[in-house]
Ligand binder design. Structure first.
Ligand SMILES: *Cc1c(COP(=O)(O)O)cnc(C)c1O
Length: 355
């Protein structure tokens, strides 16, 4: 699949790229940005002409609604380079649709497909040298939208700014991830904004995660807010459980974000003939499986780390260690998925889109 570009856009390129000053071997995630950024403003009820210009800070009024009422949404996706030096995106239309779903939930305007998709293609093409060849090298793509209209009156803004920024990344090994199962705090509630990729969902997680960190755990497995008996997400990732040779993950809901990695892993697992069951998993089931030895793996799934194996979990102050196993489903699925993303395996699903 490839995109036809029909975007009317202004482009101001940097005089000289900063790429030579970047140490691509020692990148920490999300700290370095490419030469350019895309900006598209929404005012008077319409999206204005987008511009790609040098990456730099910009001014916003202190009374802008994003600062006071949190109208802010984002996406996270990646671009990859293959051995022919071609740059590829992975299922970008999924991110486009999810972005607009988030926008609707936050009473923000939907961005047009042309601005999102052709904007992406255009900025990736301009900064294509920042996508490095070789497995593990990616360009992390961060589209986002904020309410820039001024006035501390609590109502939706009439002015918004959509932007795309790009950050080169190395695949990271998250190290041992130990998690606490949430018994009190919640990431999301029925009727809330948990299914939107809204900034506020992240700030809401920071404090409980900090408490978990202080106890020696890296992340929290979120449970349903009403009963804290159903396992829902792992930190900011979807979560999978392997009991014997069956893979379980919860269905998406108002409380669970519809992750592109999650749904891609489900499709790959099914193609590989694995037994995948999409249903709620109870904390109790997890503990029983840990006790009788049938629990083999727990892992998070998301764009940034792809899969993040969990080594232990804690519930009611009792810690349960996961066994060390060979033939990890998590690692097999990760390899199959990244091989498609890097064009090392045939993309039988038609997921990759050339820039
Ligand atoms: C972004 C996100 C995910 C993962 O989604 P991907 O599309 O796979 O990156 C999962 N859970 C939450 C809460 C998220 O914000």
């Amino acid at each position: 699949m490839s995109l036809n570009n029909s975007l009317d856009i202004d482009i101001i390129k940097v005089n000289s790229s900063k790429i030579e000053s970047i140490d691509f071997e020692n990148l920490t995630f999300g700290n370095v940005f490419t030469d350019h950024m895309l900006i598209c403003d929404f005012k008077e009820g319409a999206w204005q002409k987008p511009i790609i210009k040098p990456y730099e800070p910009f001014l916003i009024d202190p009374s802008a609604k994003v600062f006071h009422y949190g109208q802010a949404i984002f996406e996270g996706m990646k671009a990859y380079k293959d051995s022919n030096n071609d740059v590829w995106m992975f299922r970008p239309e999924e991110n486009f649709h999810r972005f607009n779903k988030s926008a609707v939930r936050m009473a923000m305007p939907e961005v047009t497909e042309t601005i999102f998709m052709d904007g992406l293609k255009t900025i990736l093409d301009i900064d294509r040298d920042w996508v490095k060849f070789g497995v593990g090298n990616t360009l992390y793509i961060r589209p986002f939208m904020i309410a820039v209209g001024s006035g501390v009156i609590a109502q939706p803004s009439t002015q918004y700014r959509f932007m795309i920024i790009l950050s080169p990344a190395k695949s990271y090994y998250s190290g041992e991830v130990k998690v606490i199962i949430a018994e009190h705090y919640s990431r999301a509630a029925n009727g809330g904004i948990g299914a939107a990729k809204a900034a506020g969902n992240y700030s809401a997680q920071f404090y409980p995660t900090k408490l978990a960190n202080e106890k020696g755990f890296q992340q929290i497995i979120w449970t349903d807010d009403a009963t804290h008996t159903k396992l829902e997400e792992a930190g900011t990732m979807n979560v999978f459980f392997r009991i014997n040779d069956t893979l379980f993950t919860a269905p998406t809901s108002e409380r669970i974000l519809d992750g592109v990695t999650r749904k891609s892993l489900i499709d790959i697992a099914k193609r590989e003939g694995m037994d995948v069951q999409i249903r709620s998993i109870l904390v109790e089931e997890l503990i029983n499986a840990a006790k009788d030895g049938s629990l083999k793996e727990v892992f998070g799934a998301g764009t940034a780390a792809v899969v993040s194996p969990i080594s232990a979990f804690s519930f009611q102050d009792i810690e349960y260690a996961l066994p060390k196993i060979e033939n990890s489903f998590a690692l097999q699925l990760k390899e199959k998925l990244t091989n498609i993303q890097y064009k090392l395996a045939e993309d039988t699903f038609g997921w990759t889109v050339k820039v």
